[in-house]
Structure formats: C-alpha cells, structure tokens
Design a binder for this molecule. Structure first.
Ligand code: 13P
Ligand code: SF4
Length: 350
C-alpha cells in the first residue's frame, strides 16, 4: 500500500490538501481519545454525545469520516441524512464493552423480566456503546439511548415512565448514575447474562429499580482506589477527575467525574498552576497536558484503548482517497428506523 510508505509529515500535508479540495463537502469527526495528530485534523472534536449531535445537525457535508470506534460511526450513520455517507478509517475499531451485550441475550433478559414483573414494567436504556440493533430494541420498547454525559437525564426520563430500568451494557456507568440519582445499593442489581434471571432472586428483582448488565470497559476498570491513594499521597494539592465508566469506589474517591468533554472542560477551567489527575484513556490526558502547559496534568494510571488507537494518519488518508467507497458504515433500514427513535429521544432530552 503506497500510503504506508509516506512519512507522517507527508500524510498530514496530503490530508490537509484533500480537506482543502473538498471544503464543506467533507466533515471529519474526531473523538477525544484519538491520537493527537488525528484530533488536529478533525473538523469537530467531542464526546460521543456531541459527535452524534453534530452528525444529526450537519446537513451540508456529503461525506462524514468518523475517527472513533464503530458504534460511534454507526450512530452517526443512523442520524445522518440518507444522501450523506459515513465512513470509518478502520472497520476493526470496535469497542470491547459494546461487544458484551447482544440482541439475543438482552432480548431474553427483557422477556424474563417482563414475565416476572409484568409487561411495560421495565424500560430498556442502552448506553451509546452498543450495537444498532440494541438501540432499535430500545426504540421499539419505549426505551432510550444515553451517553456518559446524559445518563442521569436518560434514567430520570425512564423512571418517569416505569418503575424499573434495564441498563446495558456498562454496569459501572449505570451504577454511578443510579447512585447519583439517590438509588441505594439494594435497588441496583447486576444481571449476569449467562444465568437464569441474571443470577438474581425473584424477590430481589421485584424490589430493584435499576438492573445493570454485567458489562464493563477494560480501559476504565483498570483504575483502582490504590491508584487514587498513591496519587493523593504524592500530589496532595491535586484534583482528581475520572470517567463514569470507572468502578463506583473509584468515582466515589475522586473529586469529580464526567464524560470526556466534561474532563476537558474541567482541565480548561482549572486555575493556572493547578495539578489535575485524570482517570481515563491516555491519549486524551496526554493531549490535555500539551494543551495546558501552565497546569500539571497527570494520569491516574496509563490506560490505552487499543481500538481508538487503530485510526491513524495512513488509514485516514486512504479513506479520504476513497470517499464513498471504503469502509462505508451501513445499517439495515428497519434497524436504523428503530435506533433513530431511541437516539432522537436522547437528543431531545432537555
Ligand atoms: P464519552 O461519551 O465520554 O466521550 O465516552 C465514550 C467512551 O467510549 C468512553 O470510554
Ligand atoms: Fe469502548 Fe472502553 Fe474503548 Fe470507550 S475506552 S471505546 S468503552 S473499550
């Protein structure tokens, strides 16, 4: 492949020239966890909520090249206009957490819960980090999609409509959000997909409000309370902010938590000279450290998302050379319609 032999500088120059040539017909969306050189070439950088909103709003461009992981590009393809084409530079850039829930096991869990509790008693809420058919399942069953920046609003929305919520796939985001809404530990149960009734006692399920799929993100469950204790001992002046995909005990010990954009804002707004320690993916932390040299920005531990890292200058350039052809993200029309309902509900949350 001839592009692979080009130096980074040459690739950057060629990508810039291609962007110039295409003007507003091209929109490069880039997630905060992308390599810094990819972020620098993006037209819009954001967390997964902001990126989906941008894809839903931009009606001018013909091509959306999504530098992120597959579920994000897929959501953009669902929200884009039919004449817009969404492409991802590497189709293999998946999300290990999203792979922990599938339509068959979630459907089975939902049916078991309905049989036990009654029809309409449980609302399904899908984290954005999930396949399109699970989002469609939510759309078709009075449910909603959420991201880490609006999970509290989405859960409130769901609890206004039913007593119970089935939340998938990230148990930690669900747990942290439920806790923030005032639910007690007893009101939140974990559903193990390979066990009958998710491994729960029927009476405990009748008492529960929030049923959490047993999924998690390896990048964020790596952070522990020991990391926080060690960092606090060494940097007593520091503020610690973590992503809500971290386990509850880590979030509880931190000074703040939030989506990737909230983390960026936290660093931006911190006074000059302050120390901020961050528990999330390392590419975002390193980029913030470079962007704010007047502040000490450190990682809680080094944790990299290998899927986000799959997008690079070479495959971005190759995609721009094959617009409308390479790695086009396609979603079955019936699934798209259902998923769009659930995504639109999320986009209209106040
Ligand atoms: P954000 O919605 O905060 O950008 O997070 C997406 C993600 O995948 C975090 O691991
Ligand atoms: Fe998925 Fe975790 Fe990577 Fe986010 S950081 S894309 S949740 S594997």
């Amino acid at each position: 492949m001839k592009e692979a032999r080009l130096s980074d500088e040459e690739l950057i120059e060629k990508i810039r020239a291609r962007k110039e040539e295409l003007g507003s017909r091209l929109l490069i969306l880039s997630h905060h966890y992308q390599r810094k050189e990819i972020v620098a070439l993006g037209d819009f950088i954001g967390d997964s909520f902001e990126l989906s909103r941008k894809a839903a709003q931009d009606r001018e461009c013909r091509y959306i090249v999504f530098c992120g992981v597959h579920f994000m590009a897929q959501s953009a393809a669902i929200l884009a206009n039919p004449q817009q084409v969404v492409q991802i530079p590497d189709e293999e850039a998946g999300c290990r957490m999203a792979d922990m829930a599938d339509i068959y096991t979630v459907g089975s869990a939902y049916r078991q819960l309905e049989a036990l509790l009654g029809s309409g008693e449980v609302i399904p809420v899908a984290y954005m980090n999930s396949e399109a058919d699970l989002k469609a399942f939510c759309g078709e069953n009075s449910g909603i999609v959420c991201t880490s920046s609006n999970a509290d609003k989405a859960l409130k929305w769901a609890f206004e409509r039913a007593q119970k919520v089935l939340f998938f796939p990230d148990r930690h985001l669900g747990h942290n959000t439920g806790f923030g809404l005032g639910l007690s530990a007893e009101q939140m149960l974990v559903w193990s997909p390979d066990k009958p009734l998710g491994g729960n006692d029927p009476d405990a399920l009748k008492r529960a409000r929030l049923i959490l799929w047993d999924g998690f993100c390896h990048v964020h469950t790596r952070f522990t309370c020991d990391h926080i204790k060690q960092r606090r001992a060494r940097f007593p002046e520091a503020k610690i902010i973590v992503h809500p995909e971290c386990p509850r005990e880590v979030v509880a010990m931190a000074d703040a938590f939030g989506s990737t954009s909230r983390i960026e804002k936290y660093v931006k707004e911190a006074p000059s000279g302050s120390t901020i320690i961050i528990g999330t993916e390392i590419n975002l932390i390193e980029r913030l450290a470079l962007a704010y040299p007047d502040k000490k920005v450190l990682d809680l531990d080094r944790s990299l998302c290998p899927n986000m890292f799959k997008i690079n200058l070479a495959n971005l350039f190759e995609t721009l050379e094959h617009l409308g052809e390479m790695n086009v993200v396609r979603v079955d029309e019936a699934i798209k319609a259902g998923a769009r309902v659930a995504l639109d509900r999320m986009l209209s949350l106040a």
